[in-house]
Structures are given as C-alpha cells and as structure tokens.
Ligand binder design. Structure first.
Ligand SMILES: Nc1ncnc2c1ncn2[C@@H]1O[C@H](COP(=O)(O)OP(=O)(O)OP(=O)(O)O)[C@@H](O)[C@H]1O
Length: 219
C-alpha cells in the first residue's frame, strides 16, 4: 500500500469546484511535484492530505504505519502550508522551541541543528519581527524538518530564498530522499521541479494529471 492515497476525491467551496474525482498515490522514498496555476488547488490538496480539510466525497487513505492512533490522520509529517504565524517578539530558536514542546520529542540541540541546516544562526538574538522574507521562509523550513519526519509536505519551499539557499535546500531534499523520506512539494519554478521530482502531477480543470516527460528522440 502507498503511504498516502488520494482516492476519488471531490472538493468544492461554496459552489467553486476545486477537485472532481482525483486520484493519486504517494510511495515511500520518492519526491513528488504538484504544479498548476495560482488558485488551482495545490494548497487545498495538501490540506486534504494532512486532514486539515475533508473531502466532499472520496477519501484520503493513510498507510497504517503513518496514521495517527485512532484517526485517519497522517502522523510523522513535516509540513509547510500557509506560512505559520510566528511570534514576532522572540527569536527564531525560541519560536521553534515553543513548537517543539508540543510533541516534546526533540532536544534543543536538534532545533539548533535544523536552524543551521537551513542557514539560520541558532544563536542570533534577532527577533522574528526583524526577519526578512527569506529568513522567515527558512524558519518554516527548519520547523518542517526539525523533528526528522518521514514525510515532508512543502508548499513552495523555495519562495524568497537566494540562489545559494535554493541550492542548499535542493541538496537537503535529495539527501532526505536517499534516506527513504517521501516529499511532496509545489514550486512555480520549473527548474526545482525538473531537478527534484520523480513524478509530477498537474492540476488541470479540477483533475490531477500525471505529467509525462517527453523523451527527446533527436539523440
Ligand atoms: N477554506 C477555503 N474556503 C473557501 N475557498 C477556499 C478555501 N481554501 C481555498 N479556497 C479556494 O480554493 C482555490 C484554490 O486555492 P489554493 O490555495 O489551493 O491554490 P494554489 O494552487 O495553492 O494557488 P497558489 O499557486 O496561488 O498558491 C482558491 O480559489 C481559493 O480561494
């Protein structure tokens, strides 16, 4: 069984149909790209997968090993969807520490490590209020990876990152994949998709279509 299976899912908001009977399966150890124009439903798909919103019909099936006990919600997923509201009068480390306390499964050292991995200084005294857009993006990436989850769902993980940071994070995601983690991401940058993804799906007219790579027959 796949880790996550979206089966015949339909979703509308007040008459605005986003998905009509979509299917997709996500397998362990692969990187999946979801593409589509603004407003086509990429974030909605991620929220459906995470159980934040429910399908009108159809279902999202989660492999038992990845299920929250007693609920059909995935556990063990690191998420970036809609930038989280960080407290702006404390540092990045202090924000992540507050969030880490909820699960209480990681040490301060692991939080520091996550910050360093994405290129933020864990000892910086700077409050989040004074963070640039790219720094906030890195903080949300650090949050998604800090608990070393098996599945990462990343809505526009490269937004606002400078070129070096984009390269670092791309490499990080490829390293995660080689460790057997599963990653589902969106990006409006085709290069991210081409470099990272094993499979790509495009949202088109309320359906999810697998993008088939055209083999260049000229060589
Ligand atoms: N909770 C909600 N209630 C009503 N409408 C919603 C809700 N969530 C999303 N929508 C609508 O669903 C559509 C798809 O939104 P979504 O955020 O998934 O798009 P997206 O593909 O992620 O876009 P972008 O590329 O701009 O990030 C939009 O028209 C949005 O307004």
């Amino acid at each position: 069984m796949a880790i996550i299976e979206v089966s015949n899912v339909t979703k509308a908001f007040k008459g605005l149909t986003i998905f009509q009977g979509i299917h997709v399966q996500f397998e362990k150890g692969r990187i999946y790209g979801i593409v589509g124009p603004n407003g086509s439903g990429k974030s909605v798909l991620f929220k459906l997968i995470c159980g934040f919103i429910r399908p009108d019909s159809g279902e999202v099936l989660i492999h038992p090993d990845y299920q929250e006990k007693g609920a059909n919600f995935p556990k063990n997923i690191g998420i970036i969807i809609d930038r989280p509201g960080y407290l702006d009068n404390i540092t990045g480390f202090e924000n992540l520490k507050r969030l880490a306390i909820i699960q209480n499964i990681i040490s301060d050292q692991e939080i520091r490590q996550a910050l360093q991995t994405v290129g933020l200084d864990p000892d910086a005294k700077q409050k989040v209020r004074n963070y640039s857009l790219g720094m906030k993006q890195k903080l949300s990436l650090a949050q998604a990876i800090m608990e070393n989850k098996e599945v990462l769902i990343l809505d526009e993980p490269f937004n606002a990152l400078d070129q070096d940071s984009v390269s670092n994070i791309r490499q990080l995601l490829l390293d995660f994949k080689s460790q057997g983690k599963t990653i589902i991401l969106t990006s409006h940058n085709q290069e991210d998709i081409d470099l990272l993804c094993d499979e790509v799906y495009r949202i088109n007219q309320q359906k999810l279509e697998k993008v088939v790579e055209l083999v260049d027959s000229s060589n």
